[in-house]
Design a protein around this ligand. Structure first.
Ligand code: NAD
Length: 476
C-alpha cells in the first residue's frame, strides 16, 4: 500500500479519492473499490532465465511490458510499486536527478526516518522485488539514470512513467512520445495551456498510449456519481462545486537565504526548463507545488482531481468553459512560495453549467441539478433524493468508461492499443480549467474563453499567460 499519510493528494492514490460510506447494504458491491485488483502472479525479469521462476513462467515474454520510471520521489515511488505489482510488467530502469535523500523530513514531521527517495533507493526496491521473487540473489536487473534522455534512448523500454514536478512533464512526455514510448504521466498534466496542447498533439502524432495520473477516473464511486449526473438523475445539471485543499506547507520566512546545493542533487537538471533560481530546500521536493515557476499550486495540484470529475459528469471532456471569473483568489506578495493561498474562481460552460472552485479543506464535491443534488464530503456520499443511492443505470443509458485500476488500465490499453481511462486530451482539458482559474485570479477579472481555439476572446494580456518560455536548452 502507498503511504496514504504522505501528502494531501496522496489521499486519492489508487482509491479513486474519497471513500464513501455505503449507506445501503445492497449498494456495497456496486460501490466497492477494486484496489490493486490485478496483483497476482509475479513478473519475469528480462535477464533472469524462466526456469528460475515459479509461476511467472506462465507470462509470455511477448506480452510483457518493459517500463522505465522518470522521477522516483514520493509519488513516483508509489507509481513504481503499483506497476511492479503487475504480473506482466518488467521494470528495467529508473531515473531521478536525486541520487538518494530523505530530506522530506524537514517539512513532514519531527523524527522522520524515511523512506529515502531517489534513483538508488528506487533501483534497490526494484532489485529487491525481483530478487525476492526469483531467489536470484540480487542480480542486476534495473539501471539507474540521472538524465532521462539516457533512459529514453533505450530501445528495450516499451513505456515510461513520468512523475517529475509539473514543470518537468511536457518535455519528457514529448521526447518519450517521439521515441515511441507509451506514457503514464502524473497530473496536473501541464504547467501551461500551450504545453498541454503541444502534449496532446505530440502524443497523437506519435500514436502512443497515454494515461494521466488522475486515478479517480478508475474509481467505481466517481464513475457512479458521474453516470447519475449524466443520466439526468438530478435533473439538468446547474452547478458543480469543486473543493481545493488548503496549502499544507508553511512557507519559509520572507528573508529566506539561498542554501548550498546538496551533493545528492543535480540541481541544474531539477530546474530544467524553469528560470534559474538559487537553491533552497523548500523550492524542491514536494514543496515545488508552492512555486509558480514549477506548478500552478493547489489550484492545479488538487483541481486536476476534482475539476476532472466535474468535466466527466458534465460530459465536457473534449471542451471547456466559455467564461472564467475571479471570485477573490489570493496570492502571496513576496517570499519563496508564490502560488495562491486562497483559491476562488467561477467558470461557466456553454450549457450554462456553473463551476465554482474554491479553497475549502474537506469541503464537498457537489453537483446540483434542477431536481436534486449529490455530493461527496468527509468520505461520505449523500444525495437528494436519497433513492439515487440505489439507482441502477439501465442498459440503454449512458455508461462511462470502465476501469477499476488506473495502472492496470494503462497496461491493458497498451496491449490492445486503445484509449485509457484518462487519455491525453482529457488530462489537458481538465488542467486547462485550473490554469484559466489561476489566470483569472491573477488578473482579477472576468475572461471570455474560446475552448475550440483555446484562446481568450477579451484579453491579450491573459493570452500571453497561456505559455511560458523555457530556459535554454529546453524547448518543446
Ligand atoms: N495522482 C496523485 O494522486 C498524485 C499524488 C502526488 C503527486 N502527484 C504528482 O506527481 C508529481 C511529482 O510529485 P511528488 O510529490 O512525487 O514530488 P517529489 O518532489 O516527491 O518527486 C518528484 C521527483 O522528480 C525528480 N525530478 C525532478 N526533475 C527531474 C528530472 N529532470 N529527471 C528525473 N527526475 C526529476 C525529483 O528529484 C523528485 O525525486 C507531481 O506532478 C504531482 O502533482 C500525483
Amino acid at each position: 500500500m502507498p503511504n496514504l499519510d504522505f501528502a494531501e493528494d496522496f489521499k486519492n492514490y489508487n482509491s479513486g479519492g474519497y471513500m464513501m460510506k455505503d449507506v445501503k447494504t445492497n449498494r456495497r458491491k456496486f460501490l466497492k473499490e477494486a484496489i490493486g485488483a490485478a496483483v497476482g502472479t509475479m513478473s519475469l525479469p528480462y535477464i533472469v532465465p524462466s526456469p528460475a521462476l515459479g509461476k511467472a513462467g506462465n507470462v509470455e515474454p511477448s506480452s510483457r511490458i518493459t517500463m522505465g520510471f522518470i522521477g522516483v520521489g514520493g509519488m513516483g515511488t508509489n507509481n513504481m510499486r503499483a506497476f511492479l505489482s503487475q504480473p506482466d510488467v518488467q521494470v528495467v530502469a529508473v531515473c531521478d536527478v536525486v541520487k538518494a535523500n530523505n530530506e522530506y523530513g524537514h517539512w513532514y514531521k519531527k523524527g522522520w526516518q524515511g523512506p529515502w527517495f531517489g534513483r538508488e533507493p528506487a533501483r534497490k526496491i526494484v532489485e529487491d522485488h525481483y530478487a525476492r521473487k526469483t531467489q536470484s540473489g540480487g542480480r542486476k536487473v534495473c539501471d539507474a539514470y540521472n538524465d532521462f534522455r539516457d533512459l529514453l534512448g533505450r530501445d528495450d523500454i516499451d513505456a515510461v512513467c513520468i512523475t517529475t514536478p509539473d514543470h518537468w512533464h511536457a518535455v519528457p512526455v514529448l521526447m518519450a512520445a517521439a521515441a515511441g514510448k507509451h506514457i503514464y504521466c502524473e497530473k496536473p498534466m501541464s504547467l501551461t495551456v500551450a504545453e498541454g496542447r503541444a502534449m496532446v498533439d505530440g502524443v497523437r502524432r506519435c500514436g502512443v498510449i497515454f494515461q494521466t495520473g488522475t486515478q479517480r477516473r478508475s474509481s467505481q464511486r466517481f464513475r457512479f456519481i458521474c453516470e447519475l449526473v449524466r443520466n439526468g438523475r438530478i435533473g439538468r445539471l446547474k452547478k458543480v462545486t469543486t473543493p481545493i485543499g488548503a496549502n499544507n506547507k508553511q512557507a519559509p520566512p520572507k528573508d529566506w537565504q539561498p542554501m548550498p546545493v546538496p551533493d545528492w542533487l543535480d540541481y541544474d537538471m531539477w530546474l530544467g526548463p524553469a528560470p534559474w533560481a538559487p537553491y533552497h530546500k523548500d523550492r524542491c521536493l514536494y514543496t515545488f507545488r508552492f512555486g509558480l515557476d514549477y506548478s500552478g499550486g493547489q489550484t492545479t495540484n488538487l483541481g486536476a482531481h476534482s475539476i476532472d470529475i466535474a468535466q466527466w459528469a458534465n460530459g465536457t471532456d473534449d471542451t471547456g468553459p466559455i467564461e472564467v471569473e475571479d471570485l477573490g483568489g489570493e496570492f502571496p506578495t513576496d517570499g519563496l512560495f508564490t502560488t495562491a493561498t486562497k483559491v476562488h474562481f467561477r467558470a461557466r460552460y456553454a450549457n450554462d453549467v456553473e463551476l465554482i472552485c474554491k479553497t475549502d479543506e474537506g469541503g464537498p464535491l457537489r453537483f446540483e441539478g434542477t431536481e436534486g443534488w449529490i455530493q461527496v464530503k468527509d468520505d461520505e456520499l449523500t444525495c437528494y433524493p436519497e433513492s439515487l443511492m440505489t439507482s441502477v443505470i439501465g442498459p440503454n443509458e449512458t455508461h462511462l468508461y470502465q476501469s477499476d485500476d488506473h495502472h492496470r488500465n494503462f497496461i491493458d490499453c497498451i496491449k490492445v492499443h486503445r484509449d485509457t481511462a484518462a487519455p491525453v486530451e482529457i488530462g489537458h482539458r481538465s488542467v486547462t480549467i485550473c490554469h484559466l482559474g489561476n489566470i483569472a485570479m491573477t488578473l482579477k477579472r472576468r475572461l471570455l474563453w474560446d475552448p475550440e481555439k483555446e484562446r481568450f476572446v477579451n484579453s491579450e494580456q491573459a493570452n500571453r499567460m497561456l505559455w511560458r518560455s523555457m530556459r535554454s536548452p529546453w524547448h518543446l
